[in-house]
Design a protein around this ligand. Structure first.
Ligand code: IMO
Ligand code: MG
Length: 444
């Protein structure tokens, strides 16, 4: 290839990523839906059916888990890459539910043959292991088998990828794996606590899934590399949030994939240097579902107020989410880690009734003030937030469509977040509907 040709191709690249900067549930689905019109391909590249993405469009609410939010736009190609762990039964249910509502799901969905497959033993292991989390506090996983499936992927011996379901030796491998898993599950749960896995029945069940999924399966890495080189506009949809990143989050209270910006490349197979824009999504406050330290948590009437106004209950598990003030120490860290160019601040309207708002600008550990996010979870647990208080606006903002029309106190709150995180605020969401969105610069 001629060097100048290569340069031309790189110049045409357009790859945008949407990354949650907190503990997940930042309303990434809404943002991805808004950006979908400007893109040709929408990609899910990590996580699995632990994700719950809600999209409200045309007065209809769609809850998506594994399938990219782009599926609601018929001309968009949706891709689920090899970085995802895939539960075939869940994705088929999702496909059926979409089709039943008149959404086209055919050639517009592609699933990687490299994606690792979730089996019943992964869910059994998730249940057994979360109970015995050593620190005394459970991780509180979504029980979707995510961690055990990623564990098998890294350990390799018992891993099954989507493409393996179509190979002649699948049945044989399944027998070997189920025998080993039966032994380990008995040792985890005891003889009476474990229902034997039946290789024969699982083989039949997964063969039927494989047959139904066959039209969607392909090499998504090759597809995406070709697409980007051809200048097609790609949108990568992160699941979870950067504080749940297995390497850089609040370990061990994290998910099992790289859910911060650092995971985009490994999950999708696209080189990091091709990522042209990263949008960091935050809520105007903080939430967390599951265990683990959460310095700005408000386990009081303020937290309950936010939970009620924001309908802060898990999309996947319906668990009440823990709620608290915005943590600029944590978000500054994840914005830097993820290479964020601009911020989308979601759910600003949820704060509308509160007279005063607090933002955490530093932590104190044993009387020492820090602004770097602690690397050890026990240091985070001991961190006492240092707050700055700002006046609230106490008026309805859900019908506002221009930044200049927001109450002064709301603009000042956004400006302060932007200043603390050192990134511009490009999008503000003031309600679940597409129309309830303010763009700092009008969309081109
Ligand atoms: P979306 O994409 C919020 C949390 C779980 C648990 C931890 C590990 O909707 O933002 P796992 O089942 O992944 O092993 O659970 O991670 N968690 C999420 N929290 N939103 C999510 O996804 C989450 N996915 C996982 O609650 O604390
Ligand atoms: Mg969620």
């Amino acid at each position: 290839m001629e060097p100048d040709l290569l340069l031309n191709e790189v110049a045409a690249v357009s790859v945008t990523c949407v990354i949650g900067l907190q503990w997940g549930d930042e309303a990434k689905g809404k943002l991805v839906d808004l950006l979908t019109d400007e893109h040709e391909i929408v990609v899910r590249y990590q996580g699995g059916s632990n994700a719950g993405h809600t999209v409200v469009t045309g007065g209809q609410t769609y809850k998506l888990s594994l399938i990219p939010s782009g599926i609601l736009s018929p001309n968009v190609q949706c891709v689920v890459t090899g970085g995802v762990v895939l539960n075939p039964a869940s994705i088929l249910q999702e496909i059926d539910a979409l089709v039943a509502r008149g959404i086209k799901v055919g050639k517009n969905l592609m699933l990687s043959d490299r994606a690792h497959v979730i089996f019943p033993w992964h869910i059994a292991e998730d249940r057994a292991l979360d109970k015995s989390c050593s620190s005394g506090e459970n991780i509180g996983t979504t029980m979707r088998g995510i961690g055990p499936c990623y564990g098998d992927k890294v350990a390799r011996s018992f891993a099954v990828r989507l493409g393996d379901l179509y190979r002649d030796n699948f049945r044989e491998r399944l027998e070997y794996i189920t025998a080993a898993k039966n032994r380990s599950l008995v040792s985890l749960n005891g003889q009476t606590g474990h229902t034997q896995l039946d290789a024969e029945a699982i083989a039949r069940e997964y063969a039927s899934y494989a047959k139904r999924l066959a039209p969607y399966v392909g090499d998504t890495t090759a597809y995406l590399l070709d697409a980007v080189e051809a200048g097609r506009r790609v949108l990568l949809e992160g699941a979870q949030g950067a504080l749940l990143d297995v390497d850089h989050g609040t370990f061990p209270f994290v998910t099992s994939s790289n859910s911060s910006g650092v995971g985009v490349s490994s999950g999708s197979g696209l080189p990091g240097r091709w990522i042209t824009k990263v949008i960091g999504v935050v809520k105007a406050y903080s939430t967390r579902v599951g265990g683990g330290p959460f310095p700005t948590e408000q386990d009081n009437e303020i937290g309950q107020h936010i939970r009620d106004r924001g309908n802060e209950y898990g999309t996947v598990t319906r668990r009440p989410r823990r709620c608290g003030w915005f943590d600029a120490v944590a978000v500054r860290y994840t914005a830097r880690l993820s290479g964020v160019d601009a911020l989308a601040v979601m759910l600003l309207d949820v704060l509308s009734e509160l007279p005063d708002l607090k933002i955490c600008t530093a932590y104190e550990i044993d009387g020492r003030r820090i602004t770097n996010f602690p690397s050890h979870v026990e240091d985070l647990r001991r961190s006492v937030p240092v707050y700055e208080t700002m006046p609230g606006w106490q008026q309805d903002i859900t019908k506002i469509r221009k930044m200049a029309d927001l109450p002064l106190a709301a603009r000042k709150y956004l400006d302060r977040l932007s200043q603390l995180i050192a990134r511009p605020v490009e999008v503000v969401s003031i309600g679940p509907d597409r129309e309830q969105t303010i763009f700092a610069r009008p969309k081109s």
